[in-house]
Design a protein around this ligand. Structure first.
Ligand SMILES: C[S@@+](CC[C@H](N)C(=O)[O-])C[C@H]1O[C@@H](n2cnc3c(N)ncnc32)[C@H](O)[C@@H]1O
Length: 218
């Protein structure tokens, strides 16, 4: 899968590319390309944004700058999905992540400050996605959220079986994962459920399913 990100801060992604699971699939299942709007802006002095028409605070990412960035990479608007990251978009959840992971290529456009000139979203993008109902200062963290969540679903990203029974997986009927515990068996008087120490796999499995259902409905 290829994920292209257009951003004002390409170097912000360095950390992500060193972390698993992204690092594990980079160069094999995942081709991640980062493009800076300033590298292709048609404006002088690396300008990428401007004051909003009608007045108001902040600066808006210019449509000619976003179009020039897409032209430089694709020679126009590409025919794969081009996604504007905006708090006004369709909310990301595990089913949207699975949908994106099924694509061969996606492009993520991020903005900062006051956001996009609306013509970017309307004419240059096919979708708009929000990572949650809150406002962040830029699209870089949302892009990293999308990349990390999608990378987990790519072949070989995770150890065998570790994604099969996690929160939102079909194995757990789309619900929450059961509680997990590890050593020590007692700490400050806080114990571990006896069933998990019993070695009885049938009981453990039953307890986990029960816990998963109880957590999901509460
Ligand atoms: C400060 S926000 C702009 C908010 C915009 N003025 C509004 O009121 O809707 C700057 C940029 O951060 C990114 N961003 C902020 N919150 C986001 C979210 N919840 N999901 C996706 N992107 C977000 C977007 O790229 C957005 O254009």
């Amino acid at each position: 899968m290829q994920i292209d990100v257009f951003t004002l801060v390409p170097h912000a992604f360095a950390w992500l590319t060193e972390q698993r699971p992204v690092a594990t699939v980079l160069g094999t299942e995942l081709d991640l390309r980062l493009f800076g709007y300033r590298d292709t802006t048609p404006l002088a002095n690396g300008q990428v944004d401007d004051a909003p028409y009608g007045g108001g605070a902040g600066m808006v990412l210019r449509v000619d700058v976003a179009a020039a960035a897409l032209d430089a990479v694709y020679g126009g608007v590409p025919d794969h999905r081009v996604i504007a990251l905006t708090p006004q978009g369709r909310q990301l959840d595990q089913s949207v992540v699975a949908e994106l992971a099924g694509e061969e290529r996606i492009t993520l456009l991020s903005a900062r400050f006051e956001g996009f000139d609306e013509r970017i979203v309307t004419h240059l993008c096919s979708d708009a996605i929000s990572v949650g109902p809150y406002v962040l200062s830029g699209g870089e963290l949302p892009a990293m959220v999308v990349i990390d969540a999608v990378a987990r679903l790519l072949p070989g990203a995770l150890a065998e079986g570790s994604a099969e029974r996690e929160t939102f997986s079909p194995e757990l009927e789309g619900g929450f994962e059961y509680p997990q515990f590890t050593r020590p068996p007692e700490f400050r008087g806080w114990g571990v459920p006896e069933v998990l120490l019993s070695g009885d796999h049938g009981r453990i499995e039953g307890w986990r399913r029960e816990q998963s259902r109880a957590r999901t409905v509460s």
